[in-house]
Ligand binder design. Structure first.
Ligand code: CS2
Ligand code: MN
Length: 375
């Protein structure tokens, strides 16, 4: 594996490359062209410039997160083929610039859903959090205004004010799109891009839906092992793979994370590793569930908050997750995912420097211990 950190670019990120460069073991960044809209073409010159910005700090680009998919591609709208054509040319330009991993998602309307951007924990740290009751009380058209907490002067991807202003229109666009239609549109897209991915060896890594169940009645198709296997079989090519995001799949305690990793051997091209603290979980039928770590999760409205990466701080066994990645021979980029806001940092919620740096070191520590125990 290669430890990396997500970086939102010179203009947008409060975290600077020189700071990332000081995190032990981190020389690669995961980034994107943040001013591009989904469906736009990325020119080779623009990619060259981004690479040069990163190289200036003595680092390199380990992959792109994300080249976003337009709504027309997701719903099969009028501009679908034009946008796919732009996507293919973008992949070609990335390939020519020696970039070989692209993360994307296929979630309708919202990239991810939380009810709080800054829930305060006992130690004063703040974290992103999700409470099903709170989400149920939100009118999705006011999601942007209803989410509790501010973005510290940043703009979170997927939550661009221009996009949020169009939420009503977006819901309208998706009204006839159910799981099957969304899936068929994903397959159409993947089939179209596989030739260029093969030519330039670009590994596509779909990010799971977060949380891993339908929210606001919108369909979700990348949320459990059965659905990922279905996607991989439909377009059976090693370049059609996944981002294994523990914090997203892990929202549903029925997803056995280490087992999923083992079953996805060879098709995980990127890993997001983070921990969640479940406060309660309930099935729609009200039954109680047991998490894959064996604990009984109390019945109640689904509620989770993003913990620090350490196993003891949350509900996941991070050792088992990292060990499964080690055991399948995972050799792609990995990154700590959302971190807590600590030490008075003001940054994009989830994307401050400090807690992600702690996460990067912790994950590398687990990896080193696992590796040495195999000698
Ligand atoms: C990310 C996602 O911050 C996050 O939750 O993991 O936004 C992810 O970048 C996208 O879904 C990938 O397209
Ligand atoms: Mn993720």
């Amino acid at each position: 594996m290669e430890m990396t950190l997500r970086w939102y670019g010179k203009e947008f990120d409060t975290v600077k490359l020189w700071q990332i460069n000081q995190i032990p073991g981190v020389k690669g960044v995961i980034t994107t062209l943040y001013d591009k809209a989904a469906g736009d073409l990325w020119t080779q010159d623009e990619i060259k410039k981004l690479k040069a910005d990163v190289a200036e700090a003595d680092m390199h680009i380990s992959g792109i997160e994300s080249v976003n998919i337009s709504d027309d591609i997701k719903i099969g709208g009028g501009k679908r083929d034009e946008h796919i054509d732009n996507y293919i040319k973008t992949l070609e330009n990335l390939g020519k610039e020696d970039i070989h991993m692209v993360c994307y998602n296929f979630m309708p309307v919202f990239d991810w859903t939380r009810s709080e951007l800054a829930r305060r924990r006992a130690d004063g740290a703040t974290v992103l959090a999700y409470n099903q009751k709170a989400v149920d009380a939100i009118n999705p058209e006011d999601m942007f205004a209803s989410i509790n907490g501010d973005m510290n002067g940043t703009v979170m991807p997927g939550w661009e004010p221009e996009r949020m202003a169009r939420v009503k229109e977006l819901f309208e666009m998706y009204k006839d799109i159910d799981e099957d239609k969304l899936f068929a549109n994903l397959v159409y897209f993947l089939e179209a891009i596989m030739p260029v991915c093969n030519k330039y060896d670009i590994k596509m890594a779909i990010h799971p839906d977060d949380p891993a169940w339908n929210v606001f009645g919108l369909p979700r198709i990348i949320n459990n092992e059965k659905n990922i296997q279905r996607m991989m079989k439909a377009v059976d090519d090693v370049h059609n793979g996944v981002t294994f995001c523990s914090g997203s799949y892990g929202t549903n305690p029925e997803n056995d994370l280490p087992q999923m990793i083992r079953n996805l051997k060879g098709r995980i091209h990127f890993a997001h590793v983070r921990n969640l603290q479940f406060n309660s979980f309930q099935h729609e039928d009200g039954s109680q569930v047991t998490s894959w770590t064996g604990e009984k999760i109390p019945v109640g409205p689904a509620d989770f908050e993003e913990a620090c990466h350490l196993s003891s701080d949350g509900s996941f066994d991070m050792y088992e997750i990292v060990k499964a990645l080690y055991d399948i021979g995972f050799d792609g980029p990995i990154r700590p995912d959302h971190g807590r806001m600590i030490w008075d940092e003001k940054a994009m919620p989830g994307y401050g420097l400090y807690d992600r740096a702690l996460g990067a070191c912790y994950i590398q520590g687990l990896w080193e211990a696992i590796e040495k125990s195999h000698r």
